[in-house]
Each structure stands twice: as C-alpha cells, then as structure tokens.
Ligand binder design. Sequence first.
Ligand code: ADP
Ligand code: MG
Length: 388
Amino acid sequence: MKYIREHISSKILLSYLAVLLVGVAVLIIVVFFSTPAAYSHYMESGAMIVNGAPARGMMDGVVPGSGMGRALGQGQGLGFTNFRAGVLSAIAYATLAAILVAVVVSIFFSRQIVAPLQALMSASQRIADGRYDERVQVSGSDELGQLAGRFNRMAERLEQTESMRRQLIGDVSHELRTPLTAIGGYMEGLIDGVLPVTPETFEQVRMEASRLSRLVDDLQELSRVEAGSYRLDIHPVMISMLVETTIKRLQYQYDEKHVTLTRNLASDLAPVLADEDRVTQVLTNLIGNALAYTPSGGEVVVSAAKIDGEMQLSVKDSGIGIPAESLTNIFDRFYRVDKSRSRAAGGGSGIGLTIAKHMVEAHAGRIWVESAGEGQGSTFFFTLPFAK
Ligand SMILES: Nc1ncnc2c1ncn2[C@@H]1O[C@H](COP(=O)(O)OP(=O)(O)O)[C@@H](O)[C@H]1O
Ligand SMILES: [Mg+2]
C-alpha cells in the first residue's frame, strides 16, 4: 500500500488494471445473461434441424426473462455449455493479453513521466542546498517540458538575486568601512594626543558621522527602488514647473559656490506623463551633481525641448567632465569616477545616479550622459513621454 502511494508508476498500472477489470466483468455478465437468448435464436434459425428438437419447445425455452436455467433445461444443455465455455476462454485469453499490454505500456509511460520528475526533484533539492547553478534538461513541449522550462527560469532568477545580494553586501561593507575607519582614526589621534583637541577635529568626526547617515538613507532608498516597492503617481504635469521648483531649491548652494545656473526651456512645451516628486528627485540629483562636480566660476544650463516626439531634458555643466571609460558605468550603484575627488567634492556614495536611472525607466524614459572627457564638462540627458 505504501509502495503504491509513493510511486506514480504503480498508480498508472493500477488505473489500467481497473479499467481492464471493469471491462472484463461487464463482458462476463453480458455473456451470462444474453448468450442463452442469442444461442437459442441461432439454433432456431437453422441448427434445430441438426438437433431435431421441436421448434415449439425451443421457443418456449427462450421467452425473454425466463433465464438460462430454463434454456439449459430444454435439452440443449451440452451444446450451450460448450459454447459458453468457448466464449469464456476467449475472454480469459483476451484478458491475459490486455494485462500484459497494460503492464508494458504503464512501464513505458511511467518512465516518461517519472524520469523527468525525479530529475526535477533532485535539482530542486540541490537548489535548496544553495547550489543555484543547477538546471534540468528540457525535453518535449508537454506540461512536463514546460514545468522544466519554468523551473530553469526560477533557478536563474534565484541565482541572479543571490549574486546581487552577495555583491550588495560586499559593496555596503566597503562603503561603511571608510567613514568608520576615519572616525576611529580621529578618535585614536585625540586619545594619543597626536591630534589637537580643536573644534575642527570634532567637525571632521561629525562630517564622517553624517556621511554614514547619508549612506544609510541612500541605501534605504536604493533598496526601496530596486525592490520596486514604491508607487508612481503618474499624471500630466508641466515640466517647466518642476524645473523651476528644483532650481529655486538649489539656487542658494549655486550662489555660495559661485556657479551660475540658467534655464533654457522651450516656450510651447506640452505636459508630460510623470510623477512630480520622482521627476523632481531626478532633477535635484542631476543639478546637484552638476554643482558638486563643477568648480567655482563654472556654469550649468538646464534645458527642456521636444525631440523625436519625446520630452528631452538635459543638465549641461562646464565641470570636471567624465572620462570615456566611465560613461557606461556611471549609473551603476556605488560607482564613482574618482572616489577621493568625489568625497572632496561633497559627493555621496555613488547611489544617486542609480536611483535616477530607476526612476526615469519607471516612467518609460531613458537616461544617458555625454562628455568630451576630463575637464570638458558633461551633459546628462533624460526623456519623458508626453501626455496624449
Ligand atoms: N556632472 C558630473 N560631472 C562629472 N562627474 C559626475 C557628474 N555627475 C556624476 N558624476 C560622477 O558619477 C559618479 C556617480 O554619481 P552619483 O551616483 O550621483 O554618486 P555621488 O553620490 O558620488 O554623487 C560620481 O561619483 C561622479 O564621479
Ligand atoms: Mg550625486
């Protein structure tokens, strides 16, 4: 019983046998109840001459419902018994042949089903043990083949997630180590009397601490964005309004650093489909970066225009520029062209552009950067769809 419960092949064989047994049982019952009438009918239509039995009496024996008992009692017992034995032995041979075929066919089919299932079973066990590179062979396009395909896709996603998780932990611990080491160093210097006990020293420590807390905020935002657990409230908005708001917010910092900030917006811009807060966040990021990476006396221009049926925004600066080899990586998380310079420029952890990219792509837009090289300034572009 336990074997049957645990093996599909035995269930398949049992189901074949059940069908077969019911068929045979019905056949035997039918033979028992209908052959007397059929036999008598047959005898009456010609065989009676051979038998020499009175036609009348035989007819009596086969009144419907009178049963084989009476038919047998009418003097044809021997012929009928032989006939029935013949039929029954034919059924017995047919049954044997059918059982044989059922066994062979069920072995064949259960091999076809059980083998891929066993492959899936052992593969899923290995994945559960943490071996995410496990795949099963896909064969055929039936449900089992589809299941194997889906299984492989699932394994692939798990593998990706796992490698992303590993890389993220590596990156984050690296990012955390820098300010922590700095704070530790300052404290050690203070305790040993190597560093002067001045407000400047404490200010350095405070700056490292605030860098840490900025990093934690960025990480939290990044994980929200990468997990897609934020809602976009998309509706038609005037992009010029968002640009004005962002510029107003950042104007003071621009004035302080003596970088000029100008706008160049086409006058007849139609509304775009966007989430105001998220687009403002992207603009703040790009215009903030432009300030961080542009020395005093430089200038930044924010433009918006309709190009190829899309709204194209750009933030152009006259700053330090970006070397060609960094142009493709600049949107990767934690990527900074020059870590020490980024830190000195008041830059963050290299997450800002990653979040901006996620946001723009969530709006079905594109984001990219162009720069002629170091010291040549850079221009960041992104697109947004117009409201219909
Ligand atoms: N306007 C720009 N000019 C030159 N380099 C830039 C500019 N914007 C971004 N970068 C480079 O791209 C890196 C990633 O930017 P971002 O993701 O905003 O991180 P960060 O927190 O360092 O500003 C920066 O560290 C910097 O090296
Ligand atoms: Mg930034």
